[in-house]
Design a protein around this ligand. Structure first.
Ligand code: FES
Length: 78
């Protein structure tokens, strides 16, 4: 699977409320880590994520993670 462009070389930790979110996979969104529609016309689509309970999430912003949409530490090797 193709990986998106690096938006930031660090994850973003957020306290998330239950709900459905759309993680930016292409790396072009100006609303990282979430999709803002900038992927249109590319091979990428956002990843839908359902958060069931209040929790801290480390969202991947380098887009190179093997555990989308979550940080797996890959940014440390870029
Ligand atoms: Fe990146 Fe939508 S803007 S996937």
């Amino acid at each position: 699977m193709a990986k998106g462009k690096i938006a930031e070389r660090s994850p973003l930790m957020m306290e998330m409320q239950p709900g459905t979110y759309f993680w930016c996979a292409c790396g072009k969104s100006n609303n990282q880590p979430f999709c803002d529609g900038s992927h249109r016309g590319s091979e990428f689509t956002p990843k839908e994520v359902k958060i069931e309970e209040v929790q801290s999430v480390f969202w991947c912003r380098c887009k190179q993670t093997d555990n989308q949409p979550f940080c797996d530490g890959t940014h440390n090797k870029l």
